[in-house]
Design a protein around this ligand. Sequence first.
Ligand code: MG
Length: 160
Amino acid sequence: MRIGMGYDIHRLVTGRKLVLGGVTIPYKKGLLGHSDADVLIHALCDALLGAIGQGDIGTHFPDTAPEFKDISSMIILAQTWDMVCAEGFSLENADTTIMAEQPKLAPYRTAMRQNIAGVMNTDPHCISIKATTTERLGMIGRGEGIGAMCVVLLTKKNSA
Ligand code: MG
C-alpha cells in the first residue's frame, strides 16, 4: 500500500474560465495558471506522484514548457495516471477537499467525480470530492484564490 497527499492553490482573476475537476463552472472569475489551473486535479496529481515517489507535478509538467500552456489538466491527470499504472499500482480511493468561498460547488460534484473516474478508469465511488469555505478567513476567505487538498491510497497486488 502507498499513500500520497497533494495540496495546491491558485489565484482567482477576471478573464479566465473556472475549471474544477474538468468541469467548467459559471463564475465571474477563473483560476490563473499556465495550464487551465484546475487546482483539484493538480492536488490529485501531486498525491498520485507522491504515492509512487516520483516528485511533483512541477517536475513532470513545468510551467515553463510551451506544450503545457493552457492545456486541460485532465491531460496531465491522464499522463500521471499512466505513470501510476506503469508502476503496477491501482487506486483504492482518492479523497479530496476543495476550499472556496464562492461559488457553490455541490451542483458540479457528480460531474467532477465522473470526469476523474473516467480518466483513471475507476468507479466514481472511489473518488470523493468535498468542498468547504474558510468562513471568510484568510486569502481563500477573501475570494483571492481557490485551494484543494487530496489524499490517495494505492495498492499493488503481489505477482504470483
Ligand atoms: Mg497548480
